[in-house]
Design a protein around this ligand. Structure first.
Ligand code: FE
Length: 358
């Protein structure tokens, strides 16, 4: 159990990584009575560093982030109808988002005003266990360079995936767990990166295999393969067993053609995150699943955070294991293992030699 004093210390370490300096303004954004203990810890931490903190607390909430109630919608938040609160956030040097503004136009407005932004909604022990490191940032930024140069990305796996993304139109976004550059957003904890194709720039088949994770919105390990056929950036077909039925029905529920679009694509770099983490801990919004080392993070739905035009509220994130990934035909991952030396963590995830890998 982490005491609140320790949590304040952890927030101080995080704000130091974010280069919070004396005289800066740190805004903490929360909704209703959610994460008020987090707000207190960040306010105390910012104060300790000589910054001027303040708290913006909204009287209404977005749809439940836990996914336990209703659809896990994104982009539509109560900040949209509160211009005074938005103006206050735009005036800060750093905004700590405790409610989840990702995919909203308000987040883009805050970033455009020059504030750096940090999302923080995971359980405190995850924040501590998956705490960011400078080496993780280095590997994410090497990855960013590789992905930023590529014009095509091909993914395969033994279950039958063979899909190609046309790259070069949309930017690469990194998440290494802290942010020290004006206008830059990040998420604590993290450790992955992604880009996207133009709206019509994805073709092929993605076969989500047994053991892959539909983290958003179901938080579940897939039990039988799901075959997703994509043509010109739109899902044409979803075949398989029970998991395919769930996905088909969930997406159809949005009654939105844009829900069939393809969203971000990238890979995970956090050697402290475990693939199996979700099996015994369902509290989080799944950052451990998104960032585990060597995963291929496939997703569907909106691409507004990358500057695209798809603003559907239906977003699905699927971290996949054991994929091979090629940038302009050059391998980055083979069967889920990094083949580029610079991308390998100095301490690979622990795997006892006596236990066979999947
Ligand atoms: Fe996502």
């Amino acid at each position: 159990m982490i005491t609140s004093t320790t949590f304040v210390d952890l927030c101080v370490k995080e704000l130091e990584l974010c280069k919070v300096r004396e005289g800066e303004t740190v805004a903490v954004l929360s909704q209703m009575d959610e994460r008020l203990d987090y707000a207190d810890a960040f306010l105390a931490a910012a104060h300790k560093l000589g910054a001027t903190p303040f708290h913006v607390r909204l009287p209404e909430a977005s749809t439940s982030l836990t996914g336990d109630a209703g659809a896990w919608t994104v982009g539509n938040t109560p900040l949209a109808s509160n211009p005074a609160a938005l103006d206050a956030l735009k005036s800060a040097d750093l905004v700590i988002d405790l409610m989840f503004l990702l995919f909203s136009r308000e987040q883009l407005a805050i970033q455009a005003a020059g504030a750096r932004m940090l999302l923080c909604v995971e359980p405190v022990d995850n924040l501590s266990r998956l705490f960011p490191t400078a080496d993780q940032r280095r590997r994410v930024e090497v990855s960013e360079e590789l992905l930023g140069r590529a014009r095509s990305l091909r993914i395969t796996n033994t279950a039958g995936t063979d899909v190609v993304y046309q790259l070069g139109t949309l930017p690469v976004m990194t998440e290494y767990g802290y942010t020290d550059q004006p206008g830059r957003w990040d998420h604590w904890p993290a450790g992955f990166l992604f880009t996207g194709a133009p709206d019509d720039g994805v073709d092929g088949t993605v076969v989500v295999d047994r053991g892959d994770i539909i983290i958003t919105p179901f938080k579940k390990f897939v039990e039988d393969p799901v075959e997703i056929t994509i043509e010109a950036g739109l899902i044409q077909d979803i075949r398989g067993g029970f998991d395919a039925e769930l996905l088909r029905d969930y997406i159809a529920g949005f009654e939105d053609e844009k829900a069939y679009g393809i969203s971000h694509i990238g890979w995970g770099c956090n050697e402290k995150a475990r693939w199996s983490g979700l099996a015994n801990d369902r509290r989080s919004i799944g950052m451990e699943s998104r960032c585990f080392y060597g995963n291929t993070l496939f997703s569907t739905g909106p691409n507004v955070e990358l500057g695209g035009t798809n603003d559907t509220e239906c977003h699905i994130d699927i971290p996949m294991r054991n994929c091979s990934m090629f940038l302009d035909d050059e391998p980055v991952l083979i069967d889920g293992e990094f083949v580029i030396e610079d991308l390998r963590a100095s301490r690979a995830p622990f795997a006892p030699p006596s236990v066979a890998r999947a």
